[in-house]
Design a protein around this ligand. Structure first.
Ligand code: HEC
Length: 121
């Protein structure tokens, strides 16, 4: 039984799109889920809902009160912008109230791919 459980944990890390998205969702929930939901239409937490964030203009989701730094930024969220943002949000846009850093490139990639899967249309 112990071996069977270990094997089922390992299958989560086998490369492959569906598995990567599962791993990405798990990483998102762990790293971002305290402050962000990504379910369609879910209420904001400390941060705004991130469903469909790629392609959205920063600081514009109705019903969430952003910092002046995000409201006035004028950038549109892309994969390339999310990468530095989750590496170090406050360095990417000084004045933001999102205080978050993720030093692990693999974790960043998983999270960004997951958010992309919720944005692609
Ligand atoms: C401690 C809480 C917290 C954590 C953890 C956190 N965020 Fe945030 N996030 C915020 C807050 C608060 C804002 C609003 C920032 C502002 O208005 O300056 C925000 C804003 C954002 C935005 C801008 C959205 C928009 O509509 O413009 C993105 C994208 C984002 N976060 C992604 C992430 C991702 C991805 C993670 C995990 C890797 C993460 N955040 C982790 C609190 C958090």
């Amino acid at each position: 039984m112990i071996f069977a459980q270990a094997a089922s944990v390992l299958t989560l890390t086998v490369p492959g799109r569906a598995d990567d998205l599962e791993a990405g969702k798990a990483q998102f929930l762990k790293s971002c889920g305290t402050c962000h939901s990504a379910e369609p239409g879910a209420a904001p937490r400390q941060g705004p809902n991130l469903h469909g964030v790629i392609g959205r203009k920063a600081g514009t989701l109705p019903g969430f009160t952003y910092s002046p730094a995000l409201q006035s930024w004028g950038e549109v969220w892309t994969e390339d912008l999310l990468e530095p943002w989750i590496t170090n949000a406050q360095l990417t846009r000084p004045g933001t109230v999102m205080n978050y850093r993720q030093a692990d490139e693999d974790k960043r990639k998983l999270i960004i791919q997951y958010l992309k899967s919720l944005s692609a249309k």
